[in-house]
Design a protein around this ligand. Structure first.
Ligand code: ATP
Ligand code: MG
Length: 637
């Protein structure tokens, strides 16, 4: 049965609210697909729901084909499960927690690793029952700090989440590959372009992971790709090739793994790189910089008050972290053995916490935990927060100094003075750190890649490739989890020699709502007039726009709709008593792939007008041939 516009609910809007800045948000509102109920939660109206259901159908088909089995788990999750895996703390404020009438706390599921592990634990006790992959399509809740961009980042959203269980790593590798391949087919079937990038595993924990990204300038994720086309990673994960330090740092350098010597000097060199020698550029000079705790503040201050131009890349950014091995203390202030890690990067760079943790693991073993130093703890321990300089570290025996290669250079530097409201000019590594440092403190100095990669960095492949930066929308994510959850929740099975073994997990998520938004955000997914759907997930494949829905026009429109529906093509008939111009505008806005205009004029010659939404020209096709021609066109859209 075709749908009649007048009988459904498609409240198109001329304008979108001002806070809708990205195309998908604007157009989904204007096309009457969604309506915001509160910050980050949306109702799906008929058009939105139809498109979403099509995405779900593709996801189900490919999950089933890959051997995953569908389940449906509750949204309400006992908080104890989250405490047992330590994720209540890791998720922090993003976890919605509510208290029931008996005073028990429950979480609204942001993801289901704990619940799935607990479920499987009840029914699986032998390796013979593995491998097993379960999935569901379900509403997730995350108290996102800044819900925005419509359904792209909402607090209540739909996710397909799958979890694999295997007895050994080879099994996990196979399960992971099956999901990875299914994801490729899902995005291809949905008509959404994607790139696969290496990713960090984040609070989910684990050892290997890939993200599926829809390339889009409006994406929130930064992707770095080698210009040689053989490496892509998100910024949290992206490694860089070897970036040379000043030779004075050679004894402290840790070259990136597997890297070959770089053919050039790393990220955009500093403008004064000519002075790469370690000779001091002047006496260490204290400058009063009141309230200038950020790099931008200091540069502004130099311009306005000191009268000299200071670029962020001539500053050393000092970030303070606290490390502990005391896994019982969730608060480092209460930990038994905290020590500090002072991370130094160039002022225009950002510290990468995962890389820093990686260096910590190498230095202290994997049980060490690292986090930004809480303000009170740092102040109590006499750190001049906001005004720390690298030369504070050698004077303390509780501090490791980690320096990024681009910061481990000679030349002119401005750094914190280790005194509130002060910075120093002419900071010199040799004079102010290396010459005065004790042998003991030398053991605590490490030079290694600890910053986010940026465009222009050497590719970690060490093949002369250079990294380029683009933006993307994360639509899917696959992780090799390992035993984090099965160990925490004690899911073990008997192996073939009757030993109890930890089960190895993988987890795999797709944001179904984000696929819709991603389809609109792709370059060919919208134009000035509205949405341009890929046929596979369009709310309807065909819209029939009768010039006036009466008499022979009405009959021809309904006959054609019936023929199309008989072929499994879904049709929306715009039967409203509106001017043709209004109907054409709305058809463009909602983006149905093929529009058929039926009017008295065309019918006089036995023709209707067919136009793909993505084409600029229409064609006249005889009424008898119309259904065949439309079916043909749809295969290409
Ligand atoms: P992000 O980095 O964008 O916050 P995430 O890495 O936390 O996402 P995952 O835990 O990997 O997300 O969840 C799996 C998938 O769920 C993501 O790939 C994404 O498509 C979707 N998703 C996650 N958070 C949201 C959200 N707030 N709104 C809509 N979809 C989301
Ligand atoms: Mg993710």
């Amino acid at each position: 049965m075709p749908t009649y516009w007048s009988k459904t609910l498609i409240p198109t809007l001329r304008e979108a609210p001002a806070d809708a800045t990205v195309p998908s948000h604007r157009l989904m509102l204007r096309a009457g697909m969604i309506r915001q109920l509160g910050a980050g939660h949306y109702s799906y109206l008929p058009l939105g729901l139809r498109a979403l259901q099509k995405v779900m159908a593709v996801v189900r088909r490919e999950m089933d084909a890959a051997g995953a089995v569908e389940v449906f788990m509750p949204t309400l999750q006992p908080i104890e499960l989250w405490e047992q895996t330590g994720r209540r703390a890791d998720y922090g404020d993003n976890l919605f927690v509510l208290t029931d009438r008996h005073g028990r706390e429950v979480a609204l599921g942001p993801t289901h690793e704990e619940v799935t592990t607990d479920l499987v634990k009840n029914f699986v006790d032998s390796y013979k029952q593995l491998p097993l992959t379960v999935y569901q399509i379900q509403t997730k809740f995350r108290d996102e700090y800044r819900p925005r961009f419509g359904v792209l980042r909402s607090r209540e959203f739909q996710m397909k989440d799958a979890y694999s269980f295997d007895i050994d790593v080879e099994g996990l590798d196979k399960s992971y590959q099956a999901m990875y391949d299914a994801y490729c087919r899902i995005f291809e079937s949905c008509g959404v372009p994607y790139e696969i990038v290496e990713a960090e595993s984040g609070p989910i924990g684990g050892s290997a992971s890939h993200e599926f990204m829809v390339p889009s300038p409006t994406g929130e994720d930064t992707i770095l790709k080698s210009d040689k086309g053989n490496y892509a990673a998100n910024v949290e994960k992206c490694e860089t090739g070897d970036r040379p330090t000043h030779p004075a740092f050679a004894p402290f350098s840790r070259a990136p793994k597997g890297s070959a010597p770089a053919s050039h000097g790393g990220a955009k060199a500093r403008s004064d790189e000519a002075s790469a020698s370690m000779d001091p550029t002047g006496d260490l000079e204290k400058v009063h910089t009141p309230h200038c705790a950020t790099i931008e503040d200091v540069c502004d201050f130099f311009k306005k008050k000191v009268g000299s131009k200071l670029k962020p890349q001539s500053m050393l950014k000092s970030m303070l972290y606290v490390a502990t091995r005391d896994s019982d203390a969730s608060d480092p202030t209460e930990a038994k053995d905290p020590w500090y890690v002072l991370a130094i990067v160039r002022g225009d760079h950002e510290v990468n916490l995962a890389k820093l943790r990686d260096q910590m693991d190498k230095a202290f073993g994997e049980d060490a935990q690292l986090q930004p130093a809480p303000e009170q703890l740092a102040r109590d321990d006499k750190w001049a927060l906001g005004f720390i300089g690298p030369h504070a570290a050698p004077t303390r025996d509780d501090t490791y100094l980690l320096v990024d290669p681009d910061a481990a250079q000679g030349g002119f530097w401005v750094a914190g003075a280790n005194e509130a409201d002060h910075h120093v000019k002419h900071f010199n590594w040799q004079r102010d750190v290396l010459d005065s440092i004790s042998d003991d403190a030398k053991q605590r100095l490490i030079v290694a890649d600890i910053r986010n990669a940026v465009a222009g960095d050497p590719s970690p492949k060490g093949d002369g490739g250079v990294l380029e930066e683009t933006k993307g929308i994360e639509v899917g994510h696959v992780f090799k989890l390992g035993c984090k959850y099965t160990d925490a929740l004690d899911l073990k099975v008997l192996d073939d020699s009757n030993e109890r073994r930890s089960v190895i997990m993988g987890c795999y998520g797709i944001g179904t709502n984000r696929i819709l938004a991603g389809a609109i955000e792709r370059p060919e997914g919208n134009d000035d007039n509205g949405i341009i759907w890929p046929a596979a997930i369009a709310p309807y494949q065909v819209i029939i726009t009768p010039i006036k829905f009466a008499d022979q026009v009405k009959d021809a429109a309904c006959d054609l709709a019936r023929d199309l529906e008989a072929q499994g093509i879904d049709v929306l008939i715009d039967d409203r008593e509106e001017r043709p111009g209004v109907k054409f505008k709305d058809a463009d806005l909602i983006g149905i792939p093929v529009r058929v205009v039926v009017g008295d004029k065309g019918l006089k010659d036995g023709n209707v007008e067919i136009k793909p939404r993505s084409a600029s020209d229409a064609e006249m096709v005889s009424v008898d041939q119309a259904a065949t021609r439309i079916a043909e066109l749809l295969k290409t859209l």
